[in-house]
Design a protein around this ligand. Structure first.
Ligand code: ZN
Length: 306
C-alpha cells in the first residue's frame, strides 16, 4: 500500500513493478475532484475468527472472489500469460514473456551471454575454446568474495586489460610491449606474466602455490589424490611441460576432468575457469568419506585462492 500511494519513484527492479505502475497511473488519471484515501485492512480476519467490521468484510469478499477465480482457472487449466497492463506505459518481454519487473543482470545475461562466450573463444591472451563447459558460477562466487580492489584487478587481468607492457605499449605509453624481466622476447601479456621465465617470478610463483594453494587444498578437505593432481598440474603448466591425462592413471574421473580442462585451457584453470568435472571428483570423495560438505563451496574456496 505504501508503494502504491507514495510519490517517490519506483525502481524497475522492485517486485510487482508493473502493478505499481498501473495503480499509480490510474490514480493520476482520476479527475481532480476525486481524492483517494488509503486504509490498511488486516487480511484473513475470518480465518482467524476475528470480529469483522465493514472494511474487513469487504476485504474478505474480494479475497473470496479472487480465490474463486483462481480455482476456476486451475480447473479449466487456463494458460497463465503475463500481459502488458492497461495503464502500463511500456513493458519488456523476454523470450516472449512480459517481465513484471526488470532485473538488469538477468536481462544482460539473456541478451549478451552467447556473444560474450563467443568472444572468449578467440580472446587474445586467454582464449577459452569451450566456454560452455566452464563452471562460471563457482568462478563468479569466488570473485564476489574478494575485496573490491582485487575484484577489479582480477577482471582487468583476466580480460587482458591490466597495465602490463602489452597494454601500455598499445596505449603508446612505452616503446616496447616485450617483457623486460626475462630474455624470452615475448610480449608481456597477462598470459606471459603467469609463466614468465624470469627466476624471481618463478620462485615467487612456487612459493605462493606452496603457501596459499597447498594450504587451501588441505583446509578445504580436498581428496588427497585430487590435491596431488592439482598441484602437479599447476607446476607442469608453469614449467611449460606437456599435460596428458594418461599420466594420471589412478582415477578415471580425474582423467575426464583433465581432458575437459585441456579444451578449456590450462591458463584458464589457473585463473579459476574450471571444468565442472573437478567438482564432480571432489563430490564423489566427500560422499565416500561420509562428509556433508558441499563440492560447489569447495570449488569456490579453492578458486578464490588461485
Ligand atoms: Zn617474462
Amino acid at each position: 500500500m505504501n508503494q502504491a500511494k507514495k510519490q517517490t519513484p519506483l525502481h524497475i527492479a522492485q517486485q510487482s513493478f508493473d502493478f505499481f505502475q498501473e495503480i499509480r497511473n490510474r490514480l493520476q488519471a482520476l479527475p481532480p475532484a476525486i481524492t483517494v484515501q488509503w486504509r490498511w485492512v488486516e487480511g484473513h480476519q475470518r480465518e482467524a475468527g476475528m470480529t469483522m467490521d465493514w472494511w474487513a468484510k469487504r476485504n474478505d469478499e474480494v479475497d473470496s472472489m479472487a480465490k474463486k477465480f483462481l480455482r476456476a482457472c486451475k480447473r479449466s487449466k487456463r494458460e497463465h500469460k503475463p500481459v502488458q497492463l492497461w495503464y502500463e506505459k511500456w513493458a519488456i518481454k523476454l523470450h516472449g514473456e512480459k517481465l513484471a519487473n526488470i532485473n538488469s543482470k538477468q536481462l544482460y545475461i539473456a541478451l549478451m551471454r552467447s556473444t560474450t562466450l563467443k568472444d572468449w573463444q578467440t580472446h587474445h591472451t586467454f582464449p577459452i575454446k569451450d566456454p560452455e563447459s566452464v563452471d562460471w558460477t563457482s568462478f563468479g562466487k569466488a570473485l564476489k568474495r574478494l575485496p573490491t580492489g582485487l575484484q577489479r584487478f582480477v577482471t582487468k587481468f583476466n580480460s587482458g586489460h591490466i597495465g602490463n607492457n602489452h597494454m601500455l605499449h598499445h596505449r603508446n605509453a612505452i616503446p616496447t610491449p616485450l617483457c623486460q624481466n626475462c630474455n624470452s622476447n615475448m610480449i608481456e601479456k597477462s598470459s606471459h606474466v603467469l609463466r614468465c621465465r624470469c627466476p624471481a617470478a618463478k620462485q615467487a610463483f612456487i612459493q605462493n602455490v606452496n603457501k596459499i594453494i597447498r594450504t587451501a587444498l588441505t583446509d578445504q578437505k580436498t581428496s588427497p589424490l585430487l590435491q596431488e593432481t592439482i598441484l602437479s598440474l599447476i607446476f607442469k603448466w608453469r614449467n611449460y611441460q606437456k599435460i596428458r591425462a594418461r599420466d594420471y592413471p589412478r582415477d578415471r574421473d580425474i582423467q575426464a576432468a583433465i581432458k575437459e580442462q585441456a579444451i578449456i585451457g590450462w591458463h584458464n584453470f589457473f585463473l579459476g575457469r574450471w571444468s565442472f568435472k573437478w567438482q564432480a571428483v571432489q563430490k564423489k570423495y566427500l560422499f565416500s568419506i561420509g562428509s556433508r560438505r558441499s563440492s560447489s563451496r569447495w570449488a569456490t574456496a579453492i578458486i578464490i585462492n588461485l
